[in-house]
Design a protein around this ligand. Structure first.
Ligand SMILES: [Zn+2]
Length: 180
């Protein structure tokens, strides 16, 4: 029996963490947008160069999969919290997972990436923090009148006060790899 090769998809926070990333025999992959965020000369750049020397692969997902991830993150309420870079990273993980020849794990400290990844049944591990232990959906509540909204809006249409985001629909997730 063949064991599936592990592939880690790393985000900018994984590079910025400055922690030595040693994933053994696993492949390390990131997206072009992540690599574009690394400015030459800094400490992050050194860490990035080091990862490249160790065989970091840079890939870009297809547009269809990016659109798919945008739709999902809209549903979970994470869309506004995710940059194009984040969306691209999740899309790449999803695309590689569908090839089915390897185990795909996203390495990120970003809770919104983790939340969307979890919704898509993608595995993730965090670098610094313990990963989220609950799947959640963002909700929105008016600071003034307290009315709850499903969609992300800035100003309450009823009283004109500011809307803030709240966490709703907590569910325990089973595949969190950082459970302690
Ligand atoms: Zn209101």
């Amino acid at each position: 029996m063949k064991t599936m090769k592990r592939k880690y998809i790393i985000d900018t926070s994984a590079i910025f963490s400055g922690k030595p990333i040693d994933l053994g025999e696993s492949e390390i992959i990131t997206t072009l947008k992540v690599s574009d965020e690394i400015t030459a000369g800094g400490r992050d750049y050194q860490n990035f160069q080091y990862l490249k020397e160790k065989g970091l692969i840079i890939l870009t997902p297809t547009k269809n999969v990016i659109k798919e991830v945008e739709k999902i993150s809209n549903k979970t309420g994470d869309k506004n919290r995710l940059s194009d870079t984040d969306i691209e990273l999740i899309a790449l993980a999803l695309e590689l997972k569908r090839k089915g020849d390897s185990e795909i794990i996203i390495l990120t400290d970003d809770y919104s990436i983790q939340n969307v990844a979890n919704t898509l049944n993608l595995k993730f591990e965090s670098i610094n923090q313990a990963g989220i232990t609950k799947r959640f959906k963002w909700g929105y509540r008016c600071r003034g009148c307290g009315k709850k909204f499903k969609d992300s809006i800035k100003i309450c249409p009823i009283c004109g006060a500011e809307i803030r985001s709240i966490v709703s629909n907590k569910k325990i997730i089973n595949n969190c790899s950082d459970k302690k």
